[in-house]
Design a protein around this ligand. Structure first.
Ligand SMILES: NC(=O)c1ccc[n+]([C@@H]2O[C@H](COP(=O)([O-])OP(=O)(O)OC[C@H]3O[C@@H](n4cnc5c(N)ncnc54)[C@H](OP(=O)(O)O)[C@@H]3O)[C@@H](O)[C@H]2O)c1
Length: 281
């Protein structure tokens, strides 16, 4: 297939490009920075420099590429700027979907998250609504996810991958990542909020497999949603640092997610079914 990966130099793009190349796909990968072109080339794709907020240039790139599918991996989290990241989700996705539809591209696979579900008992499957009634502190996140997903689902064949929290090489949870630094400096507190993780290689493999999945929304998370009081001590041990203190609070929306659809209907099989094994690698 001809594939355009938007945001090819990010944490997932770097693991995904070699998988796509190995499967024989013809891949164009975007970045904003010409200095990252050689990295994209080394990973097996043809680099293109474009800013997703430049609608005209974006249209030109999509028209020139004529992709069978666009894989949307645009985030803006390098500086942990969550406002900028919300703008990418809302405005960047809008621009990408408009460019795709204007050129006649039918398929898009896009990155979303598995922690925007409404509060409730137990981990959420894809039928649970987004947490659109959430308090203001969280509402911006949920609304940006809603805008991203609605835009992608306007495509003739839109697939939304709701990834769990990434860990593994290049992520915030890697030994040189900022969460690891926080834990080492005693700045973390474990609570009873439940998180679903996914190893970055499992997220990349799911994205590759999604090239032939039906349209719709899929949680891409591991098998073991876990409370902070459960996973943080294991993570700290993998970093050879003392376990953080624990408090008993549980934010009601921190409920984790289920991967039943990905596993049973789409036959996705994670290499790391649990963060217990993955953290130690
Ligand atoms: N599910 C999760 O847990 C999750 C998801 C995403 C990220 N994260 C965390 O966030 C950290 C940073 O993520 P990241 O490495 O993927 O970097 P990032 O800064 O979020 O960038 C991802 C990609 O989007 C591109 N991009 C950003 N703004 C753009 C714009 N205006 N126009 C066009 N392209 C744009 C970037 O381009 P450039 O190449 O020009 O930078 C890059 O290729 C990771 O370490 C990860 O742990 C977590």
């Amino acid at each position: 297939m001809n594939i355009l990966v938007a945001g090819a130099a990010g944490v997932i793009g770097r693991r995904l490009l070699p998988l796509l190349a190995k499967d024989g796909h013809n891949v164009v990968g975007t970045t904003r920075q010409a200095s990252k072109s050689s990295l994209i080339e080394e990973l097996g794709a043809s680099p293109v420099v474009v800013d997703v907020f430049d609608r005209e240039e974006l249209h030109r790139v999509v028209r020139a590429t004529q992709p069978d599918v666009i894989i949307h991996q645009l985030t803006d989290l390098g500086d942990r700027d969550f406002v900028a990241n919300g703008r990418i989700r809302r405005v960047g996705t809008r621009n990408l979907v408009d460019a795709a539809r204007a050129v006649g591209v039918r398929r898009m696979i896009a990155q979303s998250i598995a922690w925007a579900y409404a509060p409730g008992e137990g981990p959420a499957d894809e039928s649970v609504p987004l947490d659109v009634e959430s308090p203001l502190s969280r509402r911006g996140l949920v609304e940006s996810i809603q805008a991203l997903e609605q835009a992608v689902l306007e495509m003739e064949h839109g697939i939304v991958l709701r990834y769990g929290l990434f860990y593994g090489p290049g992520t915030w949870y890697a030994p040189d990542g900022f969460i690891a630094e926080q834990v080492r400096h005693g700045e973390s507190i474990a609570n009873e909020g439940v998180t679903s993780f996914v190893h970055i290689d499992d997220a990349a493999r799911a994205t590759l497999e999604a090239l032939v999945w039906p349209a719709g929304i899929v949680n891409i998370v591991d098998d073991e949603p876990a409370s902070g009081s459960c996973w943080l001590p294991v993570y700290a041990a993998a970093l050879n640092t003392p376990a953080p203190p624990v408090d008993s609070t549980r934010p009601p929306f921190a409920r984790g997610a289920l991967n039943t659809k990905a596993r049973q209907r789409l036959n996705w099989q994670p290499i790391y079914p649990s963060w217990r094994d993955g953290f130690a690698k």
